[in-house]
Design a protein around this ligand. Structure first.
Ligand code: NAD
Length: 372
């Protein structure tokens, strides 16, 4: 059995609390002979700053570069609001994304039937929803140069951001989308603004070419990003895989997040290039939520986004799709029994804590294994 190199970076706030539950699932997978891991653990964010005066140490970076996948909790908190900008907690995460060249951000929006009522949309629109937004993460307007604010005198300033995309950046993100669609319902919707942006014109052209050349078997459609945003709240179940740039992806994935209820439910993955020699992709898996300082230390955080992120690692880094299915079914099972952490409980409903939710998911996994 292959041994998967997994680096755990719990981070700050609720990061270590939810990571503890993911570790229990890792231990369960090993105990049940489903997977074998070589596990390393290190500090990131504010906790790394306390120990090393920087938000990630070189030792931790070396471990990250050697890992098959990284499981990341969350970073940040008011305690570090005043530390120098380049060593602030978030810098650790940005360094990981940059040094590992993680250009594709995968954000699934799955609505568990048991939670359809907590969506801001009507139950019938979101019940059973399962879509994936793929956001380009290392290019576009967040990084393009020039990026300036110039004083024009006379009390006026001019701010400039630059949206830039090269062919190769669009090609590689399009490939991620088509590959993923093949493992799902075989449909990709590409979103840009080709009606008003040159980057949109190129985006559309390159996605078409990659499709024509390499992925003709996958259904491809295009939507303007503003219309796509409207469709996302009008009829989200029409989508399977959405691929879009950094800026539109940032917004559309947050919209999609609200379709599913709570931040505490949402996993994500950030993927890099496949190494030609090892055939492995650099990858970091993390919940979408932050370190939630308002509830840190109270034992009330929802561990589902973290455990779901481990599930994504099983599917996209370790080729263990069945283990990923089991984790998702176990989460759905615990929710189906009516178990709720505070963030997903209706008013007045009984709630359970972080470790009870983790234990309930393990109990569901036991049940699934016994039936297999
Ligand atoms: P947040 O996601 O930490 O919290 C927003 C709200 O959602 C809070 O009320 C919180 O209690 C709740 N929440 C979040 N995760 C939850 C969970 N698993 N279970 C139950 N409730 C949950 O966002 P924020 O408050 O804007 O930021 C707090 C800190 O986290 C800041 O320092 C911010 O910079 C950092 N942050 C880090 C990341 C990351 O590490 N990737 C992402 C976002 C924010």
């Amino acid at each position: 059995m292959a041994i998967h190199k997994l680096l755990l970076l719990p981070g700050d706030g609720i990061g270590p609390e939810v990571m503890a539950q993911a570790k229990n699932v890792v231990a369960w997978l090993e105990r049940n002979g489903i997977a074998k891991f070589a596990i390393e653990e290190d500090l990131v964010g504010g906790s790394a700053y306390e120990a090393h005066s920087k938000s990630i140490s070189e030792t931790a970076m070396d471990k990250a570069l050697a890992a098959d996948a990284i499981l990341f909790g969350a970073v940040g908190g008011p305690k570090w609001d005043k530390v120098p900008y380049d060593v602030r907690p978030e810098a650790g995460l940005l360094r990981l994304r940059k040094d590992l060249a993680l250009f594709a951000n995968l954000r699934p929006a799955i609505c568990y039937p048991a939670l359809a009522e907590s969506s801001s949309l009507k139950r019938e629109l979101v019940d059973g929803l399962d879509l994936m937004i793929i956001r380009e993460l290392t290019g576009g307007v967040y990084f393009g140069e020039p990026k300036t604010i110039t004083d024009l005198g006379n009390g006026q300033k001019r701010a400039v951001d630059t949206q830039v995309y090269d062919t190769y950046e669009i090609e590689r993100i399009a490939r991620v989308a088509f590959e993923l669609a093949r493992k799902r319902r075989n449909k990709v919707t590409s979103m840009e603004k080709r009606n008003v942006m040159k980057t949109g014109v190129l985006w559309h052209e390159v996605v078409e070419q990659v499709h024509e050349r390499e992925y003709k078997d996958v259904q491809l459609e295009h939507q303007l990003a503003d219309a796509g945003g409207m469709q996302l709240v009008r009829n989200p179940k029409q989508f399977d895989v959405i691929v879009t740039d950094n800026l539109f992806g940032d917004m559309l994935s947050d919209v999609a997040a609200m379709l599913t209820g709570s931040l505490g439910m949402l996993p994500s993955a950030s993927l890099g290039e496949t190494d030609a020699k090892t055939k492995k992709r650099r990858a970091l898996y993390e919940p979408v939520h932050g370190s939630a300082p308002d509830i840190a230390g109270k034992g009330t955080a929802n561990p589902i986004a973290m455990i779901g992120s481990l599930g994504m690692a099983m599917r996209y880094s370790f080729g263990l799709g069945q283990a990923a299915d089991m984790i998702e079914q176990a989460i759905a099972g615990a929710l189906g029994k009516g178990l709720r952490t505070a963030d997903i409980a209706g008013t007045g409903a009984k709630t359970i804590g972080t470790s009870e939710m983790g234990e309930a998911i393990i109990a569901e996994l036991d049940g699934l294994a016994a039936r297999a």
